[in-house]
Each structure stands twice: as structure tokens, then as C-alpha cells.
Design a protein around this ligand. Structure first.
Ligand SMILES: [Zn+2]
Length: 317
């Protein structure tokens, strides 16, 4: 009988649970979506138990895997979650007690990396770097067929490498983190700046004529319609993205880099400049095998599917 698992994506606004069959390439058999009671750690945990129990009523599952934004230490303790009230909270232990099956809790980017590695753009490789580019940048590293977590579980926080001293202020309290110049907030910022300088540009028109309303989405839409100002913004952010990836490839030497997250809606308008900057910046590009930079293949389900599979691989098998 196939071993099924539940994967839960515990986001700041929604909790989504999936029943996953890893033996069918991570096929999703069932799903539930509810709102996150984000301000109450206990209530958020109870909601996750309810979602999992509801799914378990219809499927025999052997484990539950959870991906959550934040700092998750080994053993599934939520040290800090930016969007939910978990602080030093033993989430894996609590869920396990409520569900009666083994539970794995890990960082959302780590489980997404595992999903893309097993069933998505990184499948077939044995070492892969995932870079998730949303409003910020997250990362997950698979090395030698295993998720790389570091000594405490905190590895892969690639968005907070400082690349521009005195640059824009980051949510982490530092200035000039990579995610401030190479992800969604940089596209927002450069879009608003361009809107003020060129109020008759397509970017402003798409934002309803108001430069202060401009977001990255308007920039991407304008670029897709051929607007040269918007294309330049994505190229600039893509360049910073590619330079950062080059630094990470110098350290990790992966077979493949997968780029996921909301910003890849811009597609090759962002990724082609990133690829060019990568080749220009990585050490001795002409003396190393090509490292493909690929768009993620699994969309928003990568994390929950990866979490389900990882729970089976790491704590059941
Ligand atoms: Zn930061």
C-alpha cells in the first residue's frame, strides 16, 4: 500500500493542508484551506490539527510535514515566526501529540527546496540551490541528496547577506540585505521612483495614474507589454539577483539553481538578466560546468508537497 503523508503550508494568512502520494510523483489527492488565526499561537496550532484530522478522516497517512516561515530549529521548534505568534514554540511536538503520527516542521523555503528537488525543476540532480524570490528572498539547499540545515537548523537564510552597506533598511534590522535589492521590494521601490520621474509612463497608467500606488505587479505587467522603463527595472533587479546567486554558487557549487516565488511571474524578463550577471560574476565561469538557473516548476504547492515527502523520508522510512 502506498505511504501517504499530509503536507501543511502554514502561512501568515492561510493554512493549507494537502494529502500527497510521493510514489506518484508527489500527486495531490486532497486539500483543505482555512484562515490562519495568526495572532494566537495555540489557536493557530489547534487549527492545523483540525485541518490534518479532517484530511486523515478520508486517507490513511503515515506522517505530517509542515513548512512555516521563520526560524525553525532542529526538532521542529519555532524559534521565531514573522507572520504567526509562535515564539520558542515546540510546534512539532504539539502537533504530534494532537495527531498521533510523526510530525516534521521545517522552514517554508527548506521544504519548498525539497519539493522542487524531488518532483520539480531540480529532480534528477543531487545538489540544488532553491532561491525563492517574493517580497524578500528565501533559500533552501539540497546537498548529496539531503536537505542541508546547518548546526542548528537555520541554514539557507540567504536573503540577509549584506550586499550594499548603507543600502535600504531590511525587516531584520540591517541595511542593504540582498533581498532589499534583488526581490519584490526592490521592484516596488524602483517602480515608484521611475513613476515619479516619468509620470506619463505605462507603469503609472497601470497603477490608475497614481505614482504612489505603483507596485512590482504594475512594473511586471508594463514590462510584459514592452515598456522600456519597466524592462530596465526588472533587468536591474535581475542583475542583482544573478550576482548574488554567483556568490552562493561559489560557496555551494550546486548542479542546478532553481528560482521560485512570486517574482518569477516576470519570467525571463527577470531571469535572463540574472543568468547573464551570474555568468559574468561567478568565479571562472569558463572553467566550470554550466550551472543552469531554472524557473521553479511546482508553484505554490512546492512547500506542502515537499514537507509531506520530507516527513516520510526523514522520520518514517
Ligand atoms: Zn535583512
Amino acid at each position: 500500500m502506498a505511504a501517504l503523508a499530509i503536507g501543511i503550508d502554514a502561512g501568515g494568512t492561510k493554512i493549507e493542508g494537502l494529502v500527497v502520494d510521493p510514489e506518484q510523483d508527489g500527486r495531490i489527492l486532497d486539500r483543505r484551506l482555512v484562515e490562519t488565526p495568526a495572532t494566537d499561537a495555540e489557536e493557530a496550532t489547534r487549527t492545523m490539527v483540525a485541518v490534518a484530522r479532517d484530511l486523515m478522516a478520508g486517507h490513511e497517512v503515515r506522517a505530517v510535514g509542515v513548512g512555516a516561515a521563520g526560524m525553525v530549529s532542529l526538532g521542529g521548534v519555532m524559534r521565531f515566526a514573522p507572520n504567526v505568534a509562535w515564539r520558542e514554540f515546540p510546534l512539532a511536538e504539539r502537533l504530534q501529540r494532537g495527531l498521533g503520527v510523526p510530525v516534521l516542521v521545517d522552514n517554508d523555503a527548506n521544504v519548498a527546496a525539497w519539493g522542487e528537488y524531488r518532483f520539480g525543476a531540480g529532480s534528477g540532480s543531487s545538489s540544488m540551490l532553491l532561491v525563492t524570490v517574493g517580497t524578500g528572498i528565501g533559500g533552501g539547499i539540497v546537498e548529496g541528496g539531503k536537505l542541508f540545515r546547518g548546526a542548528h537548523g537555520f541554514a539557507g537564510e540567504i536573503g540577509h547577506i549584506i550586499v550594499e552597506p548603507n543600502g535600504p533598511l531590511c525587516g531584520c534590522g540591517n541595511r542593504g540585505c540582498w533581498e532589499q535589492v534583488a526581490a519584490g521590494r526592490a521592484i516596488d521601490r524602483l517602480g515608484r521612483q521611475a513613476a515619479l520621474e516619468q509620470p506619463d509612463s505605462l507603469i503609472v497608467e497601470l497603477a490608475g495614474g497614481s505614482p504612489s500606488e505603483v507596485t512590482g505587479r504594475h512594473v511586471t505587467e508594463a514590462a510584459q507589454k514592452g515598456d522600456p522603463v519597466a524592462i530596465r527595472i526588472l533587468a536591474e533587479v535581475g542583475r542583482r539577483l544573478g550576482e548574488g546567486i554567483a556568490g552562493l554558487v561559489n560557496v555551494l557549487d550546486p548542479e542546478v539553481v532553481v528560482v521560485g516565488g512570486g517574482a518569477i511571474e516576470a519570467g525571463d524578463l527577470l531571469l535572463d538578466p540574472a543568468r547573464r550577471a551570474f555568468v559574468d560574476s561567478v568565479e571562472a565561469a569558463e572553467h566550470r560546468p554550466e550551472v543552469p538557473i531554472l524557473a521553479a516548476a511546482m508553484g505554490n504547492d512546492a512547500g506542502a508537497v515537499g514537507a509531506a515527502d520530507l516527513a516520510l523520508v526523514e522520520i518514517v522510512e
